[in-house]
Design a protein around this ligand. Structure first.
Ligand SMILES: CC(C)(COP(=O)(O)OP(=O)(O)OC[C@H]1O[C@@H](n2cnc3c(N)ncnc32)[C@H](O)[C@@H]1OP(=O)(O)O)[C@@H](O)C(=O)NCCC(=O)NCCS
Length: 151
């Protein structure tokens, strides 16, 4: 399958069943639908996007943008659709949205073991800025804080 018909747009409530299905595949402790609903409908600082292929939601990303600081909350591609540049397309979109909202820097936390995501972030100029020890509750893994200047 190619990416001819991929499309990135803002997440809406009717996407949440697809988001739940992706999260079930990827996470042992996924966010609840209520948390996403709160994020997309009631958090004025949150922006969430989905990527679709042929109208099927294949991944999503979220960010909080507060003044000059943008923070990626999540970026996930359905395992069935990985390796087709959808993650990169989504991340590029999030960088553009952050810049459009006036953010001057963007940061995120990533598991120390997650080399795939770290490789992707490095391609967009993100560099490690610190370590949060025992950050992840499930296995006490450290988080690497990565960031990039957007100005
Ligand atoms: C990280 C993730 C979103 C990437 O999505 P994807 O659509 O498969 O990624 P892309 O095809 O756009 O590739 C993006 C880059 O990731 C890296 N990458 C992708 N697959 C990789 C692999 N198997 N091994 C090493 N690096 C890999 C590469 O740098 C790649 O760029 P390149 O192909 O130009 O070299 C996806 O793996 C995912 O959902 N992972 C689980 C959730 C997660 O870890 N999210 C990040 C939380 S901080």
């Amino acid at each position: 399958m190619d990416n001819d018909h991929f499309n990135i747009r803002q997440m809406i409530r009717s996407d949440l069943s697809s988001i739940m299905a992706i999260d079930q595949k990827v996470y042992t402790s996924p966010w609840t639908e209520k948390v996403y609903e709160q994020e997309i409908n009631h958090n004025p600082h949150a922006y969430y996007a989905v990527v679709e292929i042929d109208n099927v939601v294949a991944g999503y990303a979220g960010a909080w943008i507060v003044m000059e600081d943008a923070q990626i909350t999540n970026i996930v591609v359905d395992p069935d659709y990985r390796g087709r540049k959808l993650g990169k397309s989504l991340f590029k979109h999030m960088l553009q949205v952050a810049m459009l909202h006036g953010a001057e820097r963007l940061s995120l936390e990533v598991r120390a073991s997650n080399q795939v995501a770290q490789n992707m972030y490095r391609q967009f100029g993100l560099v490690p800025g610190g370590i949060r020890k025992n950050y992840y509750q499930d296995n006490h893994e450290d988080a690497v804080v990565m960031w990039v200047n957007l100005r």
